[in-house]
Design a protein around this ligand. Structure first.
Ligand SMILES: Cc1ncc(COP(=O)(O)O)c(C=O)c1O
Length: 487
């Protein structure tokens, strides 16, 4: 029943190898919920390892919720585990919306190693510290549980203004609009700037949440090809000149999904084009603090002499997504419109968490936190790149992210990443097919791997499995894609 083979010539500890293989077999349904596992003694004997090795493997599986042990009864696969084979809706369709829905669902399934979602590792969240800040607000909790200011908590706006000033942006608290995550900042700004039917420009590929917003608001969009050093300037200039778009949405620092970072020359050229064609730039800098090879490049907004950049960011990637706190720096002429839109959407964000975050930022909590997590994410990024180099078959190429959480892989042309996606899910591994980040599915030959939320061992095991699946498909001779186009 249990099929474990050990490699004694790798650096991966034996207990880890055992735990990983058991996880995979639980994840792909080979070991269903409530299956009895061999006793420590039986398995130690069978594999020729010490009992301590098996105890460590079982201990790790138990701590992560994969198995349960009851004294006198034995060790069983946890009844809470839901292998991918029991999730018929996941992977059925592929649009930006379904991809996001899949990612969120997969995240909660024990039994899948997910490199699908570009988010930080929950085990690294500063939860205890943050709780201390919440507890200190207990005496004024009743006040903070009221409706808060529409524009956001005043103390938080002061701290955000200081934060962006450190990045070279001149802004005062009156210009800061606190939002429910950066997504809401994108959505409100898009609503404020464009009417249904208006044209906006986006990089291709781009953040799928923005594609969802564009669709939901019935905007038209044009894709500007993205290169490793930033957007294609020729295509951008032509679109600005001929189409007069309402704005160009860009992620210059550690772009999602590619990990690319725009070069200083491209940044300067972008600002010059915006000036020449009087086009607004919506800059999303949500990954700006997650720089692994030196300080992050200054945002476009820091060089925006004439107010053509609307800047937004948030605390989802560098602190924790559940805060749901983002922000935009709002130009004076849009302030009233944005406040009206926020009022008519959800009024305001909870003030309790905003105030706790304000105090956390005021006391240097973000810098402390970044000092702790950046080396961990950097090691994971390095592990991903090394594992890709070691295991991926030759035709596959990938980006080399200097920050953020994602690398963008390019598969051989005849590959259908959607089919690979379903196959990987059946094997207990998740990534995101590239189609989800594209305006049109013609260029369907990419996939995104995220490294923020997996241990180095998990990243290596995931890449090894994915590489094996790709190799097998290459050997079998792939057919052209039968994948559904994005609608
Ligand atoms: C580029 C980009 N912008 C915005 C967001 C959404 O951020 P939030 O969770 O703060 O709404 C994400 C999340 O993946 C992202 O990658």
């Amino acid at each position: 029943m249990l099929d474990v083979s050990l490699n004694r010539h790798t650096s991966q500890a034996l207990y880890r190898q055992i735990a990983e293989q058991i996880k995979t077999q639980i994840g792909n349904g080979r070991l269903p919920a409530n299956t009895r596992l061999p006793t420590v003694r039986q398995l130690a004997q069978e594999l020729g390892v010490t009992r301590l090795t098996i105890q460590n493997a079982y201990g790790e599986l138990q701590a992560d919720g994969w198995i349960e042990a009851t004294v006198g009864r034995g060790t069983f696969v946890s009844p809470a585990v839901q292998p991918m084979s029991l999730q018929p809706t996941i992977g059925q369709f592929l649009t930006p919306d379904s991809a996001l829905s899949d990612m969120l669902e997969i995240n909660h399934i024990i039994g899948v190693r997910s490199m699908a979602m570009a988010h930080p590792d929950p085990t690294l969240y500063p939860t205890d510290e943050f709780y201390d800040y919440l507890n200190r607000l207990r005496p004024i909790a009743a006040q903070l549980f009221n409706y808060g200011p529409i524009q956001g908590d005043a103390e938080l706006r002061v701290e955000v203004a200081k934060l962006v000033q450190e990045a070279g942006i001149t802004a005062v608290p009156e210009q800061i609009l606190i939002t429910a995550g950066a997504m809401q900042a994108i959505s409100l700004v898009a609503q404020a700037l464009a009417q249904p039917g208006d044209l906006v420009l986006v990089e291709q590929p781009t953040f799928l949440g923005t594609l969802n917003i564009i669709k939901a608001q019935h905007l038209r969009s044009q894709a500007i090809p993205l290169h490793p050093d930033g957007p294609d300037l020729e295509a951008l200039e032509q679109a600005m000149r001929e189409q007069r778009p309402r704005f160009f949405y860009t992620i210059p620092n550690f772009h999602n999904p590619t990990g690319y970072c725009a070069s200083p020359e491209k940044r300067a050229a972008l600002l010059a084009l915006a000036r020449q064609y009087d086009c607004l730039i919506v800059e999303d800098n949500i990954y700006g603090n997650l720089a692994y090879d030196g300080p992050p490049p200054p945002p476009l907004k820091a060089q925006d002499g004439d107010g053509r950049v609307i800047y937004m960011s948030g605390f989802t990637k560098d602190i924790m997504p559940g805060l749901r706190i983002g922000y935009a720096i709002v130009p004076p002429h849009l302030r009233t419109r944005l406040l009206t839109l926020r009022r008519s959407t959800d009024m305001c964000s909870p003030e309790l968490t905003q105030r706790a975050l304000a105090h956390f930022l005021r006391d240097g909590g973000l810098k402390r936190h970044l000092r702790r997590v950046l080396p961990v994410y950097k090691e994971r990024r390095d592990t991903l790149l090394t594992a890709l180099q070691t295991f991926m078959p030759a035709p596959v190429t990938w980006s080399q992210p200097g920050g953020g959480f994602s690398s963008w892989l390019r598969l051989p042309r005849y590959f259908a990443p959607g089919e690979l996606y379903r196959l990987a899910l059946q094997n207990g591994f998740a990534f995101t097919p590239g189609e989800a980040y594209l305006m049109d599915a013609l260029d369907a030959e990419h996939l995104r791997l995220c490294f923020g939320n997996q241990s180095t061992a998990g990243i290596r095991a995931g890449v090894q499995l994915l590489s094996e699946l790709i190799r097998q498909r290459m050997q079998a001779g792939s057919r052209p894609s039968t994948w559904l186009p994005i609608v």
